[in-house]
Write a protein that binds this ligand. Structure first.
Ligand SMILES: [Zn+2]
Ligand SMILES: [Zn+2]
Length: 920
């Protein structure tokens, strides 16, 4: 059912993406780069999932941009929480984990008329989609509370060639957009395309009518235009916004499939090079590719998603986004098994992704090696996991065989999946081979119960913050205590300031006053506290109220951290240590300054460390996470294999040289493009707005230049000494360095010099000589120990000679049983050899206490073994007396015990044991 391409000259996917951007650039839009898949400013969101994410705060009025019109092609992921599309991916032609969203925005600039006529012109004139097949929808409130969007409907009807009967109205579910329970919202308008009656998959169903927003596949939504004109303050109250905004989104994969006239996103040239690569690697024919289209689709979609995730710094792991990255790689690897892949193959597929998308998203090309290596490592790791899972499954099947059960329960199958990552398909195949079945409905129930539990967790996180904190912010703004931007955030200049208390919050509710001992959150008009971010911990400090002229506080609150629970609102969390704070009191707000300096030293040192690691190890070194606290810094980076001592020494020396050179550390705000063009390293998790903060170190050319929102020392010499304390593996392909600076480094130096001083006193040697002296002592100790062993052996020989005179004859058999002093088990064994060398037929039992533990060795010559004497039996009976046990062969056995005082008593039994054995 492939349709005829709607264009005479077929555009490639890349050309369609570019022509969208060119069209809006020609209409005065600033083309902005895609934000990272990791949202920098929204902790409730796992991934950037639409074009508006990077502009959310602009719509909330808490952030501004130097332009009022923007357009971009945004990288998006939808795989978690309410957008759980993963299980659908591969089963049809339209669901993806990763996708690109084309969008144009107006921030208080143009509105419906322009947005609608540009959308119409681009689709029908520039791209040439047939006008008679276009349909549009507008908002009409089924409850009658919100006015109908006639402004949009009229604008549509004015478009040349649009059939006025194709302008339809729908209610809140389809055509009203809200960001959250409160906040900006408004009607939206959608453009739908009629693929033609042959696309209807419900044609035979009685009563079915093909229609827009219907249940068949004939009409597809192409473009959604959101008109943000209201602010919702409660479930029933909307106020008109003074500045109205436009937010549009169009999925690139779908529009390309329509323009290229194919019936599946996977048949566009966005995907075909990736599918070709899979086919080539699998060595399959076209017919085989057609027959296995589901695995092809899963692998292509997931390899694309994984390449983009790793390109944005998300590596496979066990939590959050890292888990999603692991999940898509493993699902792709699993489907690879269906195509016959037995070795890692995804790097080969990702090459095609990088080649096809690298021009539009340069980070893919830049991190090519990391992407390919990470994929291969994760596939290898997955294979090992499956091996462990299969071993556990086999144990389970053994157990079920014993219990005569022929079905693996759904719960057990799910546990294998949840604990070892063993996919149901593999469990089923192996179970079937061994004659078992698997309760698959039970597996689905167990998985759903598990998913339900994690979903409600996500819902709680998303739900709680929004309401109450936004209400506090809204009330303070309504009372003109806070401006439209909310609380001013400036941790970069002063560390102390004086401000009236605007609000006190307990359990999300505003209170007028609090008492000593209580927990509270304090809002003031501006904050100098650093909010945790970019790996740097939050500041601590205090907020206090003083009577004029007094330096004893009337009340004081110890602040544990500052957080931003809603855009525009900063709260300082702490506990009242004295007095009774009240709203309106003038407060002295102060960061713990010494602690902050420790943190700043460590943060600046982290930048220096990164620069010098790149210098020493190479440009593949890339930040994979960092954690900066007052007592140390931790830096994770991409690198294969342990660093040598020489490399660590060289990095340490270079960092310390950069510190001593006392370079200024300069913070500058600039356009992101300029920063990246100037070589700024794009850090994982940073917020990508139009204007970014950069940190530059080094003169005249900076050797460190990074995007960073953290706080830094003023000049590198402020960092003080830098010492690496550990270097270790953090994950596959990721190394971790921990280091100390400043006061912590001084402390470490003093502690180690102190220990060295003690050693040098004990050794009576100068500190520079202690290592040589210690080696010398170790040598001496070793020879002394050898000498002791030799002397013990000599003594043992003398002792045995003495014992030989005490051999007794038991029933015609020479028996020697005796204790020797301070001999280990090895020597005891050797002594029985000497005995056998001198006494051709006999029994010897020796005991000794060594290191305060009794040991016994019993030996029986071979002729007597044939007569039924058993050394193991004898030694067991002997050891029992001292509370121990042992064993060995009939000719030689040994044992240990606990009670050293009863060795003689134990040995006294030997004669009667021999006697008893002989009389059998
Ligand atoms: Zn239909
Ligand atoms: Zn930084």
């Amino acid at each position: 059912m492939t349709q005829k391409p709607v264009l005479t000259k077929k555009l490639t996917g890349a050309q369609i993406r570019q022509s969208f951007l060119d069209y809006f650039a020609a209409h005065g839009h600033t083309i902005v780069p895609s934000a990272s898949l990791v949202p920098g400013n929204d902790p409730t969101l796992l991934f950037t999932n639409s074009g508006m994410v990077q502009f959310k705060e602009v719509f909330l009025g808490t952030d501004h941009r130097p332009y009022t019109r923007a357009a971009d092609s945004q990288k998006c992921m939808r795989v978690s929480g309410k957008h759980n599309d993963l299980e659908d991916v591969g089963n049809d032609n339209i669901h993806h984990t990763f996708f690109e969203m084309l969008g144009n925005w107006s921030f208080g600039d143009y509105y419906k008329a322009e947005a609608i006529s540009w959308a119409w012109e681009l689709l029908t004139e520039v791209w040439g989609l047939p006008k008679q097949r276009m349909w549009t929808t507008c908002f009409q409130d089924e409850k009658g509370d919100i006015p109908r969007d006639d402004e949009a409907a009229d604008a549509w009807r004015r478009q040349p060639g649009l059939d006025p009967s194709h302008v339809l109205f729908f209610g809140r579910k389809d055509n009203f957009w809200e960001m959250a329970e409160t906040g900006p919202c408004g009607p939206d308008s959608e453009l739908h395309f009629d693929l033609g009656p042959e696309y209807c998959d419900k044609a035979g169903v009685p009563g079915h009518v093909c229609r827009v927003n219907g249940d068949c596949k004939r009409f597809v939504e192409l473009w959604n235009l959101v008109f943000i004109q209201y602010n919702r303050t409660s479930p029933t109250d909307l106020t008109l916004l003074p500045r109205k905004h436009v937010d549009t989104g169009m999925g690139l994969d779908r529009v390309v499939s329509i323009l290229q006239g194919v019936d599946s996103n996977y048949k566009t040239d966005l995907f075909s090079p990736i599918l070709d690569a899979i086919q080539r690697l699998a060595g399959q024919t076209d017919a085989q590719r057609e027959a296995n289209f589901t695995p092809y689709r899963v692998i292509a979609d997931h390899a694309r998603a994984a390449a983009f995730l790793i390109g944005d710094g998300v590596i496979p792991g066990n939590n959050g986004r890292n888990y999603v990255c692991r999940m898509v790689i493993r699902r792709a690897a699993r489907f690879g098994g269906k195509l016959g892949f037995t070795q890692p193959f995804l790097a080969g597929v990702a090459e095609a992704v990088i080649d096809n998308y690298g021009a539009a998203y340069p980070e893919l090309t830049k991190f090519r090696t990391t992407i390919l290596q990470t994929l291969t490592q994760e596939e290898e790791r997955f294979q090992r996991t499956v091996d462990v899972g299969v071993a556990n499954l086999n144990d389970l099947l053994d157990l079920l065989t014993k219990q005569n059960v022929k079905t693996v329960s759904g719960g057990d199958a799910f546990n294998l999946y949840a604990t070892f990552g063993l996919p149901l398909e593999i469990t089923r195949d192996i179970a079937r081979e061994r004659g078992f079945s698997v309760d698959e409905p039970g597996f689905v129930r167990a998985r759903e119960a598990h998913a339900e539990a994690s979903r409600s967790e996500i819902a709680t996180i998303e739900g709680d913050m929004a309401g109450s904190y936004r209400q506090v912010l809204h009330d303070l703004q309504a009372a003109s205590k806070l401006g439209p931007d909310g609380v001013e955030y400036d941790p970069y200049n002063e560390m102390e300031l004086e401000e009236p208390v605007l609000a006190l919050i307990q359990d999300g509710q505003r209170v007028s006053g609090v008492k000593a001992g209580e927990k509270v959150e304090v809002v003031v008009g501006q904050s100098c506290f650093y909010i945790e971010g970019g790996g740097q911990v939050a500041d601590t400090g205090f907020i206090a109220h003083y009577a004029p002229g007094s330096d004893e506080p009337l009340w004081e609150i110890e602040i544990r951290e500052a957080i931003r629970p809603a855009a525009g609102l900063i709260v300082h969390r702490g506990t009242v240590t004295s007095g009774a704070p009240r709203e309106g009191d003038l407060a002295w707000v102060s960061v713990d300054i010494e602690r902050r300096w420790d943190v700043m030293r460590n943060h600046t040192a982290t930048h220096l460390l990164q620069a010098e690691l790149r210098e020493v190890l190479g440009d593949h070194v890339r930040q994979a996470g960092s954690h900066v606290t007052p007592d140390r810094l931790r830096f994770d980076f991409t690198h294969q294999g342990m660093l040598t001592q020489e490399q660590l020494d060289q990095v340490t020396r270079l960092v310390n040289e950069a510190i001593l050179a006392n370079y200024p550390v300069e913070a500058e705000h600039m356009a992101r493009e300029a920063a990246v063009a100037g070589g700024a390293m794009a850090l994982f998790g940073e917020k990508y707005g139009a204007v970014v903060r950069t940190i530059r170190i080094g003169e005249p050319e900076p050797f460190s230049f990074e995007l960073c929102g953290g706080t830094h020392v003023l000049e590198t010499a402020d960092v003080g000494p830098f010492i690496i304390t550990t270097e270790e593996a953090a994950a596959a392909g990721i190394r971790r360095i921990e280091a100390v600076t400043g006061r912590a480094a001084h402390e470490l130096i003093q502690k180690r010099l102190g220990a060295l001083g003690n050693v040098s006193t004990y050794l009576k040697a100068r500190p520079e000589e202690v290592d040589r002296k210690v080696l010398m002592f170790m040598d001496e100790l070793q020879s002394a120990q050898k000498e002791i062993v030799r002397l013990r052996r000599e003594l043992a020989q003398v002792e045995l000679d003495n014992l030989l005179t005490k051999i007794e004859n038991i029933g015609g058999v020479p028996v020697l049983a005796g204790a020797v002093k301070n001999v280990d088990a090895d020597t005891l064994r050797e002594m029985t050899d000497w005995f056998r060398a001198q006494v051709p037929s006999g029994v010897v039992a020796l005991g000794s206490v060594f290191d305060n533990r009794p040991n016994f060795v019993v030996a029986v010559t071979d002729d007597l073994v044939k007569r039924g004497l058993d050394a193991a039996k004898i030694v067991k009976a002997v050891a029992k007396v001292v509370g121990g046990g042992g064993g060995g062969k009939p000719s030689l056995a040994q044992a240990g015990g606990k009670d050293p005082s009863r060795v003689n008593e134990a040995l006294a039994q030997v004669k009667s044991l021999v006697q008893a054995s002989l009389s059998h």
